[in-house]
Design a protein around this ligand. Sequence first.
Ligand SMILES: [Zn+2]
Length: 379
Amino acid sequence: MKKEISNLVEISRYYGAQKDFTLGGGGNTSYKDRNFLYVKASGFSLATITEEGFAVLNRKDLAGIMTREYSRDSHQREHEVMSDLMNSLAEGSKKLRPSVEASLHDIIQYSYVVHMHPHLINALLCSNDVEMYIEDLFDDKVIYIPYTEPGYVLSKTVSEYIDKYRSRNGSDPNIIFLQNHGVFVGGDSTREIRQHYAYIMEKILSRIDSIIKIEPIDYQGPIDQVIKILSGLIHDRPHFKHEFNTLIAHFTRDIDSLSRVDKPFIPDEIVYCKAHPAIIPLAEGFSIVPESIEESIVSYQDKHGYDPKVILIEKGPVIALDKNEKSAELVLDVFQDAMKISFYSNFFGGPHFMTEEQIRFIENWEVEHYRRKISAGSS
Ligand SMILES: [Zn+2]
C-alpha cells in the first residue's frame, strides 16, 4: 500500500473510533495527489475502513463537474451529478459509490481532508450566536459558511468561498465551518490535521464551563408495557432499544426541555433518526396511560406519513426503533449526540435547528436514502 494511503486509513480509523467525532457511517476522509482523489465510499464506517473502502476518482473528471450546467430541479440535478461522479471513478473502483461530498474534498487543495460532525463543534455550528463566536475564537485560517443544502449546491458555494479566501490570503483555509452541518479540515500531512482538530477543540472548550456527566439512571416506569403497546402501533414491528441516563433526563424532565431536542440540528440526524421524535407526555399524577401512547403515535403517523424512529417519554427514557438491534443502537447514539449538541449550544447562544424548508429538502433526498439503506445493511 502506498504510504499516503496507509496514512489515510490510519487517520480515518483514528477519528472513526471516537464516538465524540463520528457515529455510524457519518463523516468522510480523503487523500489526493495530482491525478486522483481517494475518498471514502458510501456505506463504509471510518472506524473499520481499509484501502478497499476508498473510491478512487479521476480529478480531471471531478473538475469538469464543477463547471457543467445541471438541471435547475434539485432532485434531477443531484441525479445527474451522482451519475457524473460515478463516471469519474477510476478503473478498479467501479463498484463503489463515492460519498456525495467527494467534490468538496476535491476542491480543497490540501493532500488530506477530514470531514466530521463532532457534537462539540456542532454545538457551536448549531447555535444562535455562531458567527459572533467564530469571529471571537478563531483566526483567519478558518471560513464559515451559512447553511447550504448538501450536495452540488454546497460544493459550488464552498468553492466560491475558497476562491475568495485564496485571492485574499494566497492559500486555502485549513478549517471550513458549515452551519448546521460540521467541519472540513485540510492539511498536507495527517499530523497537521490532528493539530487543526486539537486547535478547534481547545477553542471551543475554552467557552464551555461545564461538561455534563452522563451516568445511567434506573427507570422506574413500566417500560416493558410501553414497548408492548408501541409494537402494536408501529407498522414494521421493528427492534426496540431504550436508554435512560442523566443526559436524557435533562431533556425529558418537562415539555419545555423536550422542545430543545424535538427538531434536527444536522442533515445526518434526519438520515438516522427522522426529523422529529414522537413525544409521549405523562398523564395526570405522572403516570403513563395507554391512551396517551396511542394518541402520540397515531397523531405522529398522521402528521408525517411514517413511523417515528425515536420516541421520548416525559420524565423517562429514549426509545429507538429500527430494523435490527445494531441499527436501533445507532439511532440511540445519534439522538443522544443531538442532545449533546443542544446542551452545549447553550454556551453559544442556545440551540439553532434546521428550518422546515431545510428539513423537507433532506427528507426528500434520494442520495441520503440510498446511504441509509447501504449503511443499515452493512453494519
Ligand atoms: Zn457532512
